[in-house]
Write a protein that binds this ligand. Structure first.
Ligand code: AMP
Length: 543
């Protein structure tokens, strides 16, 4: 027997309607290139979203066509998220930090028809214009006064375009499974792959991420997403913050600037901020130097890379801020886990809590996880056994865009192989030990490069560290530690290696340390281990 409930589609436009009606006065504050302090309300935002949707509908597009954005975190970019997807088109957010060849590849692969761009990315687009000939035109997200001189063809001004349009609009009743947004993985190996989100997956992901044990987001919050709108939907915050009616603060092009972020947090009374470890490192360095405190911030969700114990401790002890580590990936919309304290663990000591907080966290309801060995056998959740982490759920990709059936990232029984290696303990806390490709195989045992990197980065003289496995005549592979020293700090090889004593098993301690000026990074800020292994291909361990 079927239940008797309505079949109302889960649509992104319904978030817009809900927010405008219920949280119309809530504020969105942005720094943009043309205005250091732009403010307006949800009501203003969603009436401009409707103007944009009206404008797009007149451009001869069809539902499902890709319209790209290339922009920082600000209110106009948020309007694109809703105007494009809500009207039935696919919002393809492009990461402007990608190499030109990758930009060309993804724009052509996505078959983007129009690109909405910030003024500062116009030169980037001019440089590749003759290689992206399928793009019909460009909409520069500014007003007439700030329109740049450009060699691009068919260029419109965003403000002029939407000004002519009505602010009422009948959202199409789309199938909730129709595609809403597209984001490409950063592609450390091979071409970037497109992950195609749909309305249903987006709404379910937003429901799951606002719950108390995940982001714990409500209308009481003021949210500062320092994670880019151009990468994995800014961790879903354009939907989750709008769903609950939280105030939103956008730093525009000032994403990596510790001083701006600190001042913005204090002035706007930000309660929840989201970012990757590198950005928070810049923030903490600034607050330390300037003798400032994060006055209003209650918690920060950090993910995208492992979070060190020292960072969690500094947020807690100096700023009274709770760090919640999150783990996920582009293919997962992105949230898979979030680390919050579970009932029964309240009696842990401060130190034990810190240890727990260095784990990636517990699976959100909706994301099933399992770890398996090389033969696909399920491994126990005992905190010791480690294996390939596989996931399944309604906001996990079932395939890649235009690679259907050929990417080989899914198992025969329908799980997505994340490419991460992890342990899961009896309480359900998952900890990433490595990317599959980065695992160090020493004498038949696996050594976790992330664990060794975290220990190194807890040393005060270390700004950044990476550990790679290199060929060793006796042990197959041994770890080499590559360190970038913190500004004005020094640490010798012996001291660095001695730092590991008592922190990891003796046989895991790296065999050697080399110091470099900088590490190679991907467009999303992760260390490019492939490149690093290439750099040290001829390296020989000391006897
Ligand atoms: P992306 O698709 O660019 O978001 O990258 C996803 C990858 O980032 C994951 O597969 C992990 O390898 C890594 N990652 C994300 N969060 C964490 C975390 N908390 N700890 C360690 N690695 C992480």
């Amino acid at each position: 027997m079927q239940g008797l409930m309505m079949d109302a589609p889960l649509l992104i436009s319904s978030l817009a309607e809900h927010a405008a009606k219920n949280h119309g006065d809530r504020e969105i504050m942005s720094i943009t290139v043309d205005n250091p302090q732009h403010r307006y309300t949800f009501k203003d935002c969603f009436s401009r979203v409707k103007q944009l949707a009206n404008a797009l509908d007149k451009m001869g597009l069809e539902h499902g066509d890709r319209i790209a954005t290339m922009a920082w975190n600000d209110y106009r970019h948020l309007e694109c998220y809703y105007g494009i997807s809500g009207a039935g088109y696919i919002c393809h957010t492009i990461n402007p930090r990608l190499f030109p060849e990758q930009l060309i590849f993804i724009i052509n692969h996505a078959e983007d028809r129009w690109i909405l761009t910030d003024v500062m990315f116009v030169p980037l687009l001019e440089a590749i214009a003759d290689k992206i000939v399928g793009v019909e035109g460009f909409i520069v997200m500014t007003d007439e006064a700030h329109m740049p001189e450009t060699a691009l063809k068919n260029v419109l001004c965003y403000e002029t375009l939407i000004a002519k349009e009505a602010s009422d609009y009948d959202w199409p009743e789309l199938d909730e499974r129709s595609a809403s947004a597209l984001c490409y993985t950063s592609g450390t190996t091979g071409d970037p792959k497109g992950v195609l989100y749909d309305h249903r997956s987006t709404i379910l992901h937003a429901y799951a991420s606002v719950v108390p044990d995940a982001l714990n987001m409500s209308s009481q919050d003021c949210v500062l997403p320092v994670v880019p709108l151009f990468h994995v939907n800014s961790w879903g915050t354009p939907y989750s913050a709008v769903m609950v009616g939280a105030k939103i603060v956008y730093p525009g092009p000032k994403m990596g600037d510790g001083e701006t972020l600190c001042d913005l947090m204090n002035a706007e009374e930000v309660t929840l901020a989201l970012g990757v470890p590198t950005v928070w490192l810049a923030l903490l360095q600034y607050t330390e130097k300037a003798g400032k405190r994060l006055e209003s911030l209650q918690r920060t969700v950090i993910g995208g890379a492992a979070v060190t114990r020292s960072m969690i401790k500094e947020f807690r002890d100096k700023h009274d801020v709770e760090v919640r580590q999150g783990w996920g990936m582009t293919e997962m919309s992105p949230l898979g886990t979030c680390n919050s304290i579970k009932a029964g663990l309240e009696s842990l000591s401060d130190d034990e809590r810190l240890d727990l907080a260095t784990k990636a966290g517990r699976g959100l309801f909706g994301v099933q996880m399992r770890i398996v060995d090389d033969d696909g056998n399920k491994l126990p959740w005992d905190g010791e056994a480690y294996g390939a982490l596989q996931v399944r759920g309604p906001w996990v990709c079932s395939d890649y865009f235009k690679l259907e059936g050929s990417a080989g990232a899914h198992t025969d029984d329908g799980w997505f192989d994340t490419g991460d290696v992890a342990t899961i303990d009896a309480e359900g806390y998952m900890a990433i030990t490595d990317r599959t490709k980065d695992v160090i195989k020493s004498g038949g045992e696996w050594i976790s490069s992330i664990e060794l990197e975290n220990v190194a980065m807890d040393h005060p003289a270390v700004a950044e560290a990476a550990v790679i496995g290199l060929a060793h005549p006796k042990w197959t592979e041994r770890p080499l530690l590559v360190v970038v020293k913190a500004e004005g700090q020094d640490v010798g090889k012996e001291e660095m290696l001695a730092w590991y004593q008592g922190k990891v098993a003796t046989w895991c301690v790296p065999n050697d340390v080399v110091y470099v000026d900088e590490l190679p990074h991907t467009a999303t800020g992760k260390v490019k281990k492939i490149e690093l292994r290439r750099q040290f291909a001829d390296y020989q361990f000391p006897n």
